[in-house]
Design a protein around this ligand. Structure first.
Ligand code: DX5
Ligand code: ZN
Length: 246
């Protein structure tokens, strides 16, 4: 199932609740929350209090992307604030297996993220543990950057690995997704599409979400060379992980 996950990083924070709701009204089914610590990435964004406020006004799953060093120290606080999904960077976690179990132990769906320079095979051991793999298609830290096309082959490889190992993780992509890139992303096998500037930078977030989602759904209907259309369209469910998550 293709889902749109607007990144609130590009929203007007003074009107966060209304902007998030507008995106949901346009068809978004997940809200992506970018947490930056000023160390792992050269920017600082939001913490648990903002997430808790968003939780009060949003019913859709809150997808917390932790771009931070030592995420274990903050996972309990984000879970408490209302996170549904929490993803951590492979590059930031010395004990990644432990961190993913910690996320699940706090009742959240664990995800793992890889930067553009990190190969998919760095995740071989943890793929059975995760609900989603987030492929960064920009270097993390800022919204509004250009899509890095080499991420497409990583999405395709993940899709193949998922099929061959009969796993159930979902494939999410983050960075530079606009009308000119969304079709390639979907046809490579991605299912959860994070978009910040395309939704919130200008115009109406509701209309922007609706149009981007339509482009994604249209692309999912087109056959993909080397893949069955079912895989390209993203029919994986949440089964097949060894944490027994719902
Ligand atoms: C980048 C963030 C992204 C970002 C996406 O570090 O993780 O979620 O907000 O923004 P756009 O869609 O503008 O590239
Ligand atoms: Zn993100």
């Amino acid at each position: 199932m293709i889902e749109l996950a607007p990144s609130i990083l590009s929203a007007d924070f003074a009107r966060l609740g209304a902007e998030a709701q507008a995106a949901v009204d346009g068809g978004a089914t997940v809200l992506h929350v970018d947490v930056m610590d000023g160390h792992f990435v050269p920017n600082i964004t939001i913490g648990p209090p903002v997430l808790a406020s968003l939780r009060k006004v949003s019913k859709v799953p809150l997808d917390c992307h932790l771009m931070m060093e030592r995420p274990d120290e903050f996972i309990p606080a984000f879970a408490e604030a209302g996170a549904d999904w929490i993803s951590v960077h492979q590059e930031a976690c010395v004990h990644l297996d432990r961190t993913l179990h910690l996320i699940a132990a706090h009742g959240c769906k664990p995800g793992v993220v890889i930067n553009p320079a990190t190969p998919v095979h760095a995740l071989d051991e943890v793929l059975p543990l995760v609900h989603h793999v987030l492929v960064m298609s920009v270097n993390p830290g800022f919204g509004g950057q250009s899509f890095i096309y080499s991420s497409l082959k990583k999405i395709e490889l993940l899709s193949k690995i998922r099929e061959s190992r009969r796993l159930g993780f979902r494939i999410e992509v983050d960075g530079g997704i606009h009308h000119d890139t969304v079709a390639d992303v979907v046809r490579s096998g991605a299912e959860i599409l994070v978009a910040g500037s395309a939704i919130f930078e200008q115009g109406n977030p509701s209309a922007n979400a609706r149009l981007l989602l339509k482009s994604a759904l249209d692309a999912a209907k087109q056959p993909v060379q080397g893949f069955s259309s079912a895989v390209a369209g993203g029919t994986a469910d949440d089964g097949g992980n060894s944490l027994g998550l719902p």
